[in-house]
Design a protein around this ligand. Sequence first.
Ligand code: HEM
Ligand code: HEM
Length: 174
Amino acid sequence: MLHDSHHRYGLITRFFHWFMAVLVLQQFFKFGDYINDGEHWLGDTFGPYHTSIGALIMLLAIARLLWTKKQKSQRPQTPGVLGKIAKGSHHIMYTCMLVMPPLGVLYIYGKGYPVKLFGMTLLDKPVEKTEWMVSLGNFHAVLALVLVALVFAHLSGAMYHHFIRRDETLKRMV
Ligand code: HEM
Ligand code: HEM
C-alpha cells in the first residue's frame, strides 16, 4: 500500500505527487507580479511565501527522487512513444523543481537583496549587486514558462488518458 506496484502508485508516491502539485501550482501566482506590479490580493497573499515554498519544493523533489529510485523496478509503466514522451517530460519537470530555487536565490542576491527562507536569513544583504548572478538568475523566469507549458501538457495528457482512451493512467495516481 505504501509502495508502488505495477498497477498503482503507492501512498507515498501519491502524497508526494499531489502535495507538490498544489505547491507548484500556487508558485505560478508569481506571474501575478505582471499585474499592477504585484500590488493586488494575489501578490499580497502568495508573494511573501514564494521563496520559502520554492525551497520546500526543492527539498521535497530530492526526497521524491530518492523514493522514486527505490520504487523503480515496481512502478506502473506506459509503453510506446507516448510513454517515452511522458517520461521525458517528467524528467524536465523534476529538473525545473531542482534548478529553479538556486536560480531564484542568485537573482535575489545578485540584485543586492538578502535571501530569507522560513523567516531565517540564508544570505545577508550583499555589499553590492552582481551582474552575472542576475544574468544567470534570469533563467528562473525562462524555466517558469517551460514548467507552465509542461504542466499544461501533463494535465492534458492525464485528461486524454482518462476521458478519451479511458485507461487506468489517472486512476493509478489518485
Ligand atoms: C520550484 C520552485 C519555484 C517555482 C515553480 C517558481 C516559479 C516562479 C514563477 C512562475 C515566477 C514568475 C516568472 C516571471 O516573473 O516571469 C517566479 C518568479 C520569481 N521567483 Fe520563483 N519559483 C520557485 C522558487 C523560487 C525560489 C526558491 C526563489 C528565491 C529564493 C524564487 C524567486 C523568484 C523571484 C525573485 C522571482 C521574480 C523575478 C523573476 O521573474 O525571475 N523562486 N518564480
Ligand atoms: C494539475 C493536475 C495534475 C494531474 C491531473 C496530474 C496527473 C498525473 C498522472 C495521472 C500521473 C501518472 C502518469 C503515469 O503513470 O504515466 C502523473 C505523474 C507525474 N506527475 Fe502529475 N499531475 C498533475 C500535476 C502535476 C504537477 C504540478 C507536477 C509537477 C510539476 C507533476 C509531476 C508529475 C511527475 C514528475 C509524475 C511522474 C511520477 C512521479 O515521479 O511521481 N504533476 N501526474
